[in-house]
Design a protein around this ligand. Structure first.
Ligand code: C2G
Length: 139
C-alpha cells in the first residue's frame, strides 16, 4: 500500500513525527508533500521559520519517509494520488472532511493530532523561554 500525506512541517516536532510514524504504519511506502514557501505565504497564510529546502531535507531524513515532493497548490492532490499510485491519503483530524473528495481515488484517513504541541506553540515557547536569556547575555 502506498500512503501520502501533506504538510508544512516547520520547526519539526513530536506531533509531526508521530503523524509520519502512524502514516507509515498504514502502508509499505510513504510519500510526504512539503508545502513550498510560496504556497505557505500565498495560500496558507503561514510564515515559516525554516525555508522549504530545509523542511524537505529534514522530512526526507525521517526513517518513516520514502519520498518527499513539493506541495505548491491545493489542487495537486488528485494528480499526486494518480501519479504515485496512492492507496491511502492520511492527514491530521484538524482537516477532517476537507479531503473526502479524494475518496473515489483512494482511502482517506484523518488521524488524531498529538495534543500539547504545534509549531505556533513551539514558537511562543521559544520566545518566552529564551528572551530573558538574550537580555542577560547582552546585559
Ligand atoms: N499534526 C499532528 N499533531 C500536531 C501538529 C500537527 O498530528 N500536534 C499533523 C497535522 O495534522 C498534519 C501534519 O502534522 O497532518 C503536518 O502539520 P502542519 O505542518 O501544520 O501542516 P498543515 O499546515 O496542516 O498542512 O494540504 C494540506 C496542508 O499542506 C496541511
Amino acid at each position: 500500500m502506498n500512503v501520502i500525506t501533506y504538510g508544512t512541517f516547520d520547526l519539526f516536532h513530536i506531533g509531526h513525527l508521530k503523524l509520519l510514524e502512524r502514516c507509515k504504519a498504514l502502508g509499505a511506502s510513504l510519500t510526504v508533500a512539503v508545502s513550498t514557501d510560496e504556497f505557505n505565504s500565498k495560500s496558507k497564510n503561514k510564515i515559516t521559520a525554516q525555508p522549504c529546502s530545509e523542511r524537505m531535507q529534514i522530512v526526507e531524513a525521517i526513517k518513516y519517509v520514502d519520498r518527499v515532493i513539493p506541495e505548491s497548490c491545493w489542487e495537486q492532490k488528485r494528480d499526486d494520488v494518480i501519479k504515485y499510485n496512492i492507496d491511502v491519503f492520511v492527514i491530521g483530524d484538524d482537516w477532517r472532511g476537507k479531503f473526502d473528495f479524494l475518496e473515489d481515488l483512494c482511502q482517506v484517513v484523518y488521524l488524531p493530532r498529538t495534543d500539547g504541541i504545534s509549531t505556533t506553540e513551539r514558537k511562543q515557547q521559544i520566545v518566552s523561554k529564551f528572551s530573558d536569556e538574550s537580555e542577560i547575555a547582552t546585559a
